[in-house]
Design a protein around this ligand. Structure first.
Ligand SMILES: [Zn+2]
Length: 245
């Protein structure tokens, strides 16, 4: 009886410990990856919900195919926000300048698109500072917005953002355009649309040269006329974060 009771108490304690560890791991995963988390660094995931606007964003550019995307956006008079990687800007500097000249906002998406989880604060800061410098020197604008590669935040990011004067930007809805068909990606982001939404797509694939972004271009060509029909305006992230009153 005594042995049995001790066993029960022991197993209950173990279960509680395992449950506590699982809860802590779950909280940590949420802090690192959730678009709504600002635990590790300040960030936003939606703009002003009081006006009917959408902020379209593109990560992982610029790429050799970005000009085709710019044409699609121009046909609808849509301004967007491009989170550039420094290495891509160095590869196709004329495209980065073209994006800025077309009136789009440029944001920082690190230099080489690393997963920053478990990386040192110095590494995180140097990746962000290098991208900031390359973008500013090439396109003539200093980004004020940062999007973490893979949406992953880590310790040290808060300080790096503060030092570089960057606000983290996550998303209201992500297209998964690197793996879904254009039809599925379009359906997904239309379903997630709402006033003030920040929508995440990709005009590159990491720092790959000449990436195939035809699904992204097809997706944006499908959703732009629908959003326009629904009465949405298109704004940059900095614009959509400004309150109307
Ligand atoms: Zn990315």
């Amino acid at each position: 009886m005594t042995v049995s009771l001790r066993c029960n108490v022991g197993s209950t304690m173990w279960m509680a410990a395992i449950g506590g560890a699982a809860a802590a791991a779950g909280s940590m995963a949420w802090a690192v990856r959730s678009p709504r988390s600002s635990v590790l660094a300040p960030s936003v995931h939606r703009g002003d919900p009081n006006r009917k606007s959408i902020a379209i964003t593109f990560d992982d550019g610029p790429s050799e195919s970005t000009p085709r995307l710019l044409e699609a956006l121009a046909r609808h008079g849509a301004r967007a926000t491009f989170f550039h990687c420094g290495a891509n800007v160095e590869r196709v500097p004329a495209v980065a300048r073209q994006v800025a000249a077309a009136g789009h906002e440029l944001g920082n998406h690190t230099y080489s698109h690393p997963m920053i989880q478990f990386k040192s604060s110095e590494f995180i800061y140097s990746e962000m500072r290098r991208a900031q410098s390359v973008i500013e020197q090439t396109a003539g604008v200093a980004p004020v917005l940062f999007r973490a590669p893979y949406g992953v935040r880590w310790f040290g990011l808060r300080e790096a953002q503060r030092r570089l004067n960057l606000l983290g930007v996550m998303w209201t809805v992500i297209a998964l355009d690197w793996k879904l068909t254009a039809e599925a990606a379009a359906r997904r982001i239309l379903r997630g649309s709402c006033p003030g939404a920040i929508v995440c797509l990709h005009d590159g694939r990491g720092t790959r040269k000449d990436p195939d972004i035809s699904a992204t271009i097809d997706t944006i060509q499908r959703v732009l006329p629908v959003w326009a029909d629904w009465g949405y305006q298109f704004e940059t992230v900095s614009q959509i974060l400004c309150k109307t009153n």
